[in-house]
Design a protein around this ligand. Structure first.
Ligand SMILES: *Cc1c(COP(=O)(O)O)cnc(C)c1O
Length: 403
């Protein structure tokens, strides 16, 4: 039994990697799982040793709780392997995994490019706190090509942000082309890779900083909030890690431990949920009330060609655009009529969810308009036949709605 399997992780399949990574069986007295290590103060025998340890900031040494412990490092290794990067930094929430690297890599006078479909709180952070701190953001059409992006670059553009597909409207981005144009202009490429988790390998496609709301599939049980930032370059790690420490970023070891536990089964959950989501998406596409199913892995759906080129699979989150004769209120009736789908934020847990999307969309660039109302579905681990039955009775309520 190898005690440290991290170095091999990228040659192996995801299921093997997730079964073995982040374990230190010898050190942990033979227990399969790393124990949960909690603590703030670390006692160091001498002043001289304390000084020597302080010089190793950024390395895995125990000097104080905020530097993390073996519980954090086990999870960091697991996420770095999933993302295909060299180092990962665990932070308190998915949103903190968005804001921490933005604060690390941007300063007053800089410019950022962000896709118009970006996760709402990321947009608010750019338009609020970053703007107040002197960073200007231009929101671009998510389907932009390399030449289009190059035309938006300014001498002071320091970050080009991507999210592919968008987590409400599911446009797939040409990340490699965007990354080439961004790098040519001297900017770092960020990606919110929560949807693509493992099925999109960010560093093979030109991304410098990959963001995971690990709250979703890694934690996987709708009971933990946690975020992860992964990089593939030592200099980027130094910038990111120093900023995270200065910002006081820290995740509870209990939440790290729960997330690592969730990750042991993540590959099989993802596979089962992807298959169910595709069954449900195919069925929905045949229903007369549905105008389009916004699922990139569905042949003929928006973004399918780019998805085929760059992704090796899908998660279980997608959108349903209804025919324009249905009002948003009728779709509210639809989601309320469902028994097995809860109405709630977040996704990636074991249970199905349905939320109307239209109200969340704030756009300033061209495009991004839908003729009919959109509902976002998250497919959980329920039996897909039961979910389809439930959606059938939801569609009956939609047809019967008189508003
Ligand atoms: C949920 C989510 C986040 C934020 O994660 P939290 O842990 O809820 O803060 C970031 N990006 C995307 C795409 C998300 O869906």
């Amino acid at each position: 039994m190898a005690d440290d399997v991290t170095h091999n992780a990228r040659k192996r399949g995801l299921r093997t990697t997730l079964s073995h990574i982040g374990r230190a069986t010898k050190r942990e007295h033979g227990f399969v799982n790393p124990p949960l290590l909690r603590g703030s103060t670390v006692l160091i025998p001498t002043v001289a040793e304390r000084k020597a340890l302080a010089a190793k900031r950024g390395e895995r040494v125990l000097t104080y709780g905020t530097g993390g412990s073996s519980t954090h490092w086990a999870l960091e290794d697991a996420i770095a392997a999933v993302e295909g990067g060299t180092r990962c930094y665990i932070v308190s929430t998915g949103l903190a995994a968005v804001t921490t690297p933005l604060l690390a890599f941007l300063k007053a006078g800089d410019h950022m490019l962000m896709p118009d479909h970006v996760y709402g709180p990321a947009r608010s952070f750019a338009s609020g706190i970053l703007k107040n701190f002197g960073v200007e953001t231009t929101f671009y059409v998510p389907e932009i090509d390399g030449a289009g992006l190059a035309a938006l670059m300014r001498p002071n553009t320091k970050v080009v942000y991507t999210e592919s597909p968008g987590s409400h409207t599911f446009e797939v981005q040409d990340v490699p082309a965007i990354a080439r144009a961004a790098h040519a202009g001297g900017a770092k490429v960020f990606m919110d890779n929560t949807w693509g988790i493992h099925h999109f390998q960010p560093f093979k496609h030109g991304v410098d900083v990959s963001i995971q709301a690990a709250t979703k599939y890694p934690a996987g049980h709708s009971d933990v909030l946690i975020g992860a930032i992964t990089v593939n370059d030592e200099a980027d790690w130094q910038v990111l890690h120093a900023a995270g420490r200065e910002l006081g970023q820290y995740a509870s070891p209990d939440d790290c431990w729960l997330t690592l536990r969730g990750m042991r089964t993540m590959a099989v959950r993802l596979q089962a949920q992807m298959e169910s989501a595709l069954l449900v998406a195919h069925w929905l596409r045949q229903q007369p009330e549905v105008a389009r199913v916004l699922h990139p892995a569905l042949p003929g759906a928006p973004g399918h060609a780019l998805w085929r080129r760059d992704f090796t699979g899908a998660c279980s989150l997608f959108g349903v655009e209804f025919q324009p004769q249905f009002s948003p209120e009728a779709t509210h009736r639809f989601v309320e009529a469902l028994d097995l789908f809860g109405i709630g934020a977040s996704w990636g847990g074991f249970e199905s969810l349905a939320v109307p999307t239209t109200g969340f969309i704030t756009r300033t660039a061209e495009g991004g308009k839908f003729a009919g109302p959109v509902v976002r579905l998250h497919i959980g681990l329920e039996d897909p036949d039961d979910l389809i039955d439930d959606l059938g009775q939801g569609l009956a309520a939609l047809r019967d709605f008189r508003g």
